[in-house]
Design a protein around this ligand. Structure first.
Ligand SMILES: Cc1ncc(COP(=O)(O)O)c(C=O)c1O
Length: 353
């Protein structure tokens, strides 16, 4: 029985990735050994790490001569402080677009001055605020996709100030000029693989600019010099992320997956807009193609809607408590068919009432 899992994260991966991953846990590439029992210094795992790092750059159309890819631990939440630990010398600029931006701001304040250039907090983060730079900063930090509120940035500033971006919930989902960014990070568990690894892509220029006098585990330069193997990496998460990136490449890469992601989002948003029983949370111009947030226009329909969702094997559609209502997370592995089923249930609700 097919379950349509709209979970915001940890989230679905392609079925073939789950199958390959479970085989590797039993017997990695017919070696007779489990992926989980080999040394991370073995040829087999070093090859996995190298391929995963190369493929991450290839999918984003970036070059090793300009960028260094790392798989680190501690989730995106550790990047909130690690970015500041390495690069906040005087003052950094932030855009406050939701819970995760706020957390990044809070951590950065432990290391230096923070200037919040724009915030949509007063409107419960239903849009991406406008902002401009009026002075120099060590860097500018933003969140490309706001997983909880369902907004997404479509424009990134053109500036000499280094741009750092939390892409945890839309990495590999759409084509951008990734060379705009000086540092990108993303926890694996949304669009890349299982929880455990965090992808960091850092410009080689930035790596040259790191204060050596910080703890080793916090120092990007040390992780880069050790080819992301300063300590034992999260082997399972890196391997499954690699399988997923191979799948993505086979599907035609980010360019092709973006087309599918846009079709899914368009289908769902048109139902939200046309069906009077639903209303969207975010402003049209900033709607996320990864996480669509919406509410019922009348809570009296809640029980009927939720029992219809359950009959259709739709799961994990509940919105985050700070928005309420519903959130459909439609990461790369989500099929258009699953979104069609959700839309059918929504339109069936309208015909019932
Ligand atoms: C955009 C964004 N940033 C950061 C995080 C926090 O990630 P982690 O749990 O890997 O620390 C999340 C988690 O949902 C997220 O969606």
């Amino acid at each position: 029985m097919k379950i349509h899992n709209f979970c915001a994260g940890p989230s679905i991966l392609p079925t073939e990735v789950f199958e390959q991953a479970s085989n590797a846990v039993k017997n990695l590439d017919n070696s007779g050994l489990s992926l989980l029992e080999i040394s991370h210094r073995s040829h087999a795992f070093v090859d996995i790490m190298d391929e995963a790092r190369d493929l991450a750059l290839e999918l984003l159309n970036l070059k090793r001569s300009n960028y260094t890819p790392l798989f680190l631990q501690g989730g995106a939440s550790t990047q909130f402080l690690m970015t500041a630990y390495n690069f906040l010398k005087k003052e950094a600029a932030f855009l406050n677009t939701g819970t995760w931006s706020k957390k990044a701001i809070k951590e950065a304040k432990l290391f230096g001055k923070v200037d919040v250039l724009g915030s949509s907090e007063n409107e419960n983060f239903n849009h991406i605020p406008d902002f401009t730079f009026s002075k120099e900063y060590d860097y500018f930090h933003c969140t490309s996709n706001n997983t909880i509120f369902g907004t997404q940035m479509n424009n990134f500033p053109k500036t000499n100030i280094p741009i750092f971006c939390d892409m945890s919930s839309d990495i590999f989902s759409r084509v951008l000029d990734f060379s705009t960014f000086d540092l990108i990070y993303a926890g694996a568990q949304k669009n890349m693989g299982p929880a455990g690894a965090t992808l960091v892509i850092i410009s080689n220029d930035l790596l040259e600019n790191i204060n050596e006098n910080i703890p080793s585990m916090m120092n990007y330069k040390i992780h880069a010099d050790k080819s992301s193997m300063f300590n034992t990496p999260p082997v399972f998460s890196v391997y499954v992320s690699l399988l997923n990136m191979r799948w993505l490449k086979k599907m035609g890469g980010v360019l092709e997956i973006e087309k599918n992601n846009r079709k899914k989002a368009q289908l769902l948003y048109s139902e939200i807009d046309l069906n009077p029983l639903f209303k969207g949370h975010s402003e049209l111009k900033d709607r996320s193609i990864m996480n669509a947030t919406f509410n019922l226009s009348d809570d009296n329909f809640k029980d009927t809607f939720e029992s219809m969702l359950s009959d259709a094997n739709i799961t994990a559609l509940a919105g985050h408590r700070s928005v309420g209502g519903y959130r459909a997370s439609m990461y790369n592995a989500m099929s258009l068919d699953s979104v069609k089923i959700l839309v059918e249930v929504m339109s069936e609700l309208e015909s019932k009432i």
